[in-house]
Design a protein. Structure first.
Length: 362
């Protein structure tokens, strides 16, 4: 398989957009209610050591991705068995994210359009992008990350006259427990989902992997923080909890004449860009894993069939938006915690031991 190389800047752009992804469409850390702003800060701080664990897995064995590391550390049989688990995780996450964005399109714009149409459209674009490879996606991400940040910043500025500081007062009125619950949910979705990048992110142009991960976490977390605080201050917690897509709702309530219509379109495109990026990354991770498991020379052979399967999964994964919201709140954190936290820590411990033995053996 031909090696693909990306710069640090491209790596930061890709991970940042991945973190922003579907999270900017939905409400993260909603359990914290008025204290969402505290919960997001706490989740970023607690995610930092886990993100460094993910980065360390790549640093420990240069030019190797997670699938390679698993075989080196655990042997071919056990290593490929664990690889299958991570392939399944990436595949399921891709279907879940695709469904979120198709629900967004269906809800805000095309209520009369069959759901499968936006799924096929976005899924087809993701298949095309994945076939082009991570280098092309990296160049694309550099450009659109700036657009995403600028769009959210503009919404926040234009919403300032509608903000009410009392919407986040009193602080910790319901105690610390809701804040911890909200922080945990944001910790899982999206901040520690960066484990996906270890499955193919093995060819950065220089050895500053830690910097790439940390800066990406701060940029992605910062954008989500600004967006969430803007939504709470502008809409209030009751409205944020009652709508499915609060960022879009915030933009739609800005009354500045003709600017409003254009702004809503820009925000919609911005939200879709993040989702497109996230599905692309999940598709790349899944295909690369399958290629490694079956000894294929090029993951691109799997992109079209796997992409179509992700589209199929997204169509059947949930019956409605409410069911999706319940799954994201109640089931996904329990399901994802082993993949994003427990297994990476175990793999790193065993890999460190293995690496030390190899060094001593030399």
């Amino acid at each position: 398989m031909n090696k693909e190389f990306i710069s640090d800047k491209q790596g930061i752009s890709i991970i940042s957009l991945f973190i922003i992804g579907s999270s900017i469409v939905l409400t993260i850390a909603g359990e914290a209610k008025k204290d969402i702003w505290i919960a997001i800060i706490l989740s970023i701080l607690t995610a930092l050591p886990i993100v460094l664990v993910h980065a360390r897995l790549l640093v420990l064995f240069p030019k190797r991705d997670l699938y390679d590391v698993l075989e080196l550390v655990f042997g071919k049989l056990i290593g490929r068995g664990i690889s299958i688990l991570f392939v399944s995780f990436s595949f399921f996450l891709g279907g879940l994210v695709l469904r979120v964005f198709c629900d967004f399109i269906f809800t805000v714009s095309f209520q009369e359009t069959p759901e499968i149409i936006p799924m096929l459209f976005i899924g087809g674009l993701c298949i095309w992008a994945a076939k082009e490879g991570i280098e092309i996606i990296g160049r694309w991400a550099e450009f659109f990350l700036i657009g995403t940040i600028v769009s959210i910043f503009i919404v926040s500025l234009l919403a300032m006259h509608k903000m009410n500081i009392n919407n986040i007062r009193p602080i910790l009125y319901e105690g610390i427990k809701p804040v911890v619950e909200g922080a945990f949910h944001a910790f899982i979705f999206p901040f520690t989902q960066t484990i996906v990048f270890t499955t193919f992110f093995s060819s950065l142009k220089n050895k500053s992997i830690y910097k790439v991960y940390i800066v990406s976490l701060l940029i992605g977390g910062g954008v989500l923080y600004i967006s969430s605080v803007t939504n709470i201050l502008t809409l209030g917690i009751n409205t944020v909890e009652s709508v499915y897509f609060p960022t879009y709702t915030t933009a739609s309530r800005l009354t500045l004449g003709n600017v409003v219509e254009g702004l809503e379109v820009v925000i919609s495109v911005t939200l879709l860009i993040g989702g497109f990026m996230k599905v692309c990354i999940c598709l790349l991770s899944t295909c690369n894993g399958i290629a490694k498991i079956f000894g294929l020379n090029d993951y691109r052979l799997m992109v079209t069939p796997i992409g179509l399967l992700i589209i199929n999964l997204s169509y059947f994964i949930h019956d409605n938006v409410m069911e999706k919201a319940e799954f994201a709140s109640d089931i996904y954190p329990i399901y994802a915690f082993p993949f994003q936290v427990v297994l990476p820590i175990i793999i790193l411990i065993v890999a460190e031991i293995k690496k030390n033995r190899l060094i001593k053996g030399e």
